[in-house]
Design a protein around this ligand. Structure first.
Ligand code: GDU
Length: 286
């Protein structure tokens, strides 16, 4: 049994003041800091972060409890640079958050969608989260007015990325950074577990949302801009050769491929100073 990182403060001490949608301390456009930073420097930079990567504002009551989930393998440098940039944004936005790094051990090809599902299930074992934000580690937000909230519909936070001249690679993109309330995520039965390797798991998720007659909210391009940390594709995440075939039958599989069929072995759960780190092993082709 793992002790939860969530040492929630007594909310009565903050009175009945609800946190504002757009706190006055927001500054708008931020200059990204793309430097390398190690975990002890990060801890020194953010002394207000509680163990397990938890924070809750002390002066107002936040609208929701948010789990931020990073699908992860071998990208510590990206993760640290992202945290250096993202943590001040979340604090200025008065988000009540806990950070979860979900790492897939090397035995099988990387499976981003399956790691979303693991993050969702494991986070709920540790806290009563209302909102889930799934965040690639290589995307740095450029505006603190890009709100890390859940909305009435699943939300895509990217309006544009530097790699695509601050546009998107295609209109319907649902990759990068997305949010779901707990019930929205359950309604689509989470992500497909079947996409091993790079590509199309995000398109599959978009199809699930549409299949369940939900809209997708997209952050406006005026604030939803990100810089991507440059990187090469890892050998353990090659382009998935059957992604188009999987996608063509995606809608039919919604009910039989997702949260309700998720299988993984939990190797460890560590409540670290910067984040809750969950390592899992996944078998190929579930
Ligand atoms: N990742 C790792 N280690 C890996 C591979 C991937 O940690 O070895 C995680 C990271 O969080 C990473 C994310 O998965 O940010 C996406 O992988 P890549 O960065 O390699 O892929 P792209 O930059 O091409 O990302 C785009 C979208 C993603 C996703 C992906 C297709 O931004 O959201 O849809 O294509 O799989």
């Amino acid at each position: 049994k793992v002790e939860s990182p969530l040492t929630f403060k007594d909310t009565t001490s903050r009175g009945n003041i609800s946190c504002k949608e757009a706190p006055r301390k927001l500054i708008g456009r931020i200059r990204p800091i793309m430097k390398r930073i190690d975990s002890s420097q990060l801890q020194d930079t953010f002394p207000w972060l509680s163990k397990g990567g938890h924070y809750t504002p002390s002066s107002c009551t936040p609208r929701e409890k948010t789990a931020i989930i990073f699908p992860f393998r071998d990208r510590h440098r990206h993760l640290h640079t992202l945290l250096l940039n993202l943590l001040p944004v979340l604090k200025r936005q008065d988000v009540d958050f806990t950070l979860f790094v979900i790492e897939q051990e090397k035995r099988t090809l990387f499976n981003r969608g399956l790691l979303f599902n693991v993050g969702f299930m494991e986070a709920l074992k540790l806290g009563d989260f209302d909102c889930f934000i799934f965040h690639d580690v290589d995307l740095i937000p450029l505006f603190d007015t890009n709100f890390y909230h859940c909305n009435e519909s699943p939300t895509h936070f990217l309006g544009g990325v530097d790699k695509f001249k601050y546009g998107l690679s295609y209109k319907d993109l649902f990759g990068g950074v997305v949010s779901f309330t707990r019930s929205q995520y359950k309604r689509i039965n989470g992500a497909s577990n079947m996409y091993f390797g790079w590509g199309a798991e995000d398109d599959d998720m978009r199809i699930r949302i549409r299949q369940k007659n939900m809209e997708i909210v997209r952050t406006d391009k005026s604030v939803g801009l990100y810089d991507m940390i440059k990187h090469h594709r890892e050998e353990s995440n090659p382009t998935n050769p059957i992604r188009s075939w999987l996608l063509s039958s995606g809608a039919k599989r919604l009910a039989v491929d997702g949260l309700n069929t998720l299988e993984y072995q939990r190797i460890s759960v560590q409540i670290l100073p910067l984040y809750t780190w969950i390592k899992v092993q996944v078998d190929a082709y579930q």
